[in-house]
Write a protein that binds this ligand. Structure first.
Ligand SMILES: Nc1ncnc2c1ncn2[C@@H]1O[C@H](COP(=O)(O)OP(=O)(O)OP(=O)(O)O)[C@@H](O)[C@H]1O
Ligand SMILES: [Mg+2]
Length: 334
């Protein structure tokens, strides 16, 4: 199911509760797709970053080669916020009248810890990575952070587009207001006109640049939104364990994503206990089945794939290849 989904898409988001196997599933899918000859980029948006742990090497915010045809990177939220604020601060200083530079610095210092700042900055990086990645790669696999964070992130493009739109409309209004004022003053006596005229020209130039900046931003967010809402190009997959809380969170995450205009394409139930390895695990298997029944009742039509609990952690390329082969095996729907 998962590989079939990936094969026909350009972008895959893998989400779910903490520790269920998101990174493992994302990496194994990415590697398997690279083995078929596609150029694949695996991106971690998780502040806890365990992509490096999985590949037994350090991976940073620059793209590194993980295997033939497979590149990887980890978006670092702190670094992203720093870069984002530096860029915004520099732009603001250029755009604001010089005597307000001190105010800009104060504003930027406060912004660093403002609620939503990490997410907005991370989203901007995701948008950049996605737009650039679509030009350079056949498939992008995003390994996301645990549920709550991801659903908020997925709702953001919509919000940010609306917010930027609002700012642009205000800009338009103030531009029209400026035009009216200018026409009004045309047959004035001309007193002090050259000084006023210069200030006006500077102001207009700044306004024009603010507008360009906002247009670019809106364009990026709406491109991101268009891609993540397009079922032909992009799929969102939830990984979960067949336990009570992951099942409940999956149902909730699916609903939250739907509210953001994102349809979940499939579910991966990872770490299924074997039914034939002693009484203890058989009992667990039966209990898992009851939780999966709840899941099925809530989400009856979603494609679902099950993966067995393995004796060992999945670390390194060979283990990921083996895990990828399991992804290719069709599994019974519970
Ligand atoms: N089917 C499996 N059987 C046994 N161990 C597994 C299985 N799938 C994943 N693991 C192991 O479970 C641990 C957690 O997996 P992983 O890091 O992929 O989860 P995650 O959802 O990305 O976690 P986090 O929310 O912390 O990012 C890892 O040690 C991994 O090797
Ligand atoms: Mg992870």
């Amino acid at each position: 199911m998962l590989l079939e989904l990936a094969t026909r898409r350009r972008v895959l988001f893998v989400g779910g509760k903490g520790g269920v196997g998101k990174t493992t599933v994302a990496a194994a899918t990415a590697l398997q797709q690279a083995r078929t000859g596609r150029r694949v980029l695996l991106i971690s948006t998780d502040p806890a970053h365990n992509l490096g742990h999985l590949w037994n090497r350090s991976i940073g915010s620059n793209i590194v080669r993980l295997a033939a045809g497979l590149d990887g990177m980890e978006l670092d939220p702190d670094e992203t916020v720093r870069q984002h604020l530096d860029e915004v601060g520099a732009a603001l200083r250029r755009l604001m009248p010089p005597h307000l530079a001190g105010e800009v610095d104060k504003h930027m210092a406060l912004s660093r810890d403002a609620p939503g700042m990490h997410e907005a900055a991370l989203l901007e990086r995701i948008a950049d990575t996605l737009i650039q990645g679509l030009a350079d790669y056949d498939l992008l696999v995003f390994d996301t952070a645990p549920s709550g964070h991801t659903s908020r992130l997925m709702a953001l493009p919509e919000m940010m587009t609306a917010w930027t739109e609002g700012l642009l409309q205000r800009q338009e209004r103030s531009k029209r207001f400026g035009d009216v004022l200018r026409n009004f003053g045309k047959d004035d006596s001309g007193l002090g006109e050259s000084v006023l005229g210069q200030e006006k020209a500077d102001g207009e130039d700044r306004q024009q640049r603010v507008r360009q900046l906002l247009y670019r931003r809106r364009e990026r967010f709406s491109q991101l939104r268009d891609v993540i809402q397009d079922r032909q190009r992009c799929a969102f997959v939830i990984v979960l364990a067949a336990e009570r809380l992951p099942v409940l969170e999956t149902i909730e995450l699916q609903a939250q994503l739907q509210r953001s205009g994102i349809e979940v394409a499939g579910l991966v139930v990872n770490k299924r206990s074997p039914a034939d390895a002693g009484a203890f695990l058989a009992e667990r298997h039966a209990q898992e089945q009851r939780h999966l029944d709840t899941l099925r009742q809530a989400l009856p039509d979603l494609a679902l794939q099950q993966l067995p609990l393995l004796a060992e952690d999945v670390i390194g390329e060979a283990a990921l290849d083996a895990f990828g082969e399991r992804l290719a095996v069709p599994t019974k729907t519970p």
